[in-house]
Write a new protein. Structure first.
Length: 97
């Protein structure tokens, strides 16, 4: 039919508004390569941050377990109060109040 042939160097890529945009494949390749390089350097830089967060969560977990052994009712009461308070705060923020 009425379809036109496209150059071998052009491809259609989605753009944020949902339509397709023709781009030069060479430019796309170099762009994706630089994006991949940026993502790799970001993940390498964030590795110490992730390990620190995991260490913090592990320390909190150990502390929580120790308090749960020593004072189970108080620990569970504080935990329930914290969860209730955070959920209420989140619900109020979602509602806009």
């Amino acid at each position: 039919g009425g379809e036109q042939e496209k150059d071998a160097l052009t491809v259609e890529e989605p753009v944020p508004d949902g339509s397709l945009q023709e781009t030069n494949q060479e430019a796309t390749t170099s762009s994706s390569t630089s994006t991949t390089a940026k993502a790799a350097s970001t993940s390498i830089a964030s590795a110490p941050v992730v390990s620190k967060l995991l260490g913090a969560f592990a320390a909190i977990g150990k502390s929580y377990s120790a308090h749960l052994e020593m004072r189970p009712i108080l620990t569970k009461s504080c935990t329930a109060g914290l969860i209730f308070g955070l959920s209420d705060l989140l619900a109020q923020n979602i509602e806009g109040g």
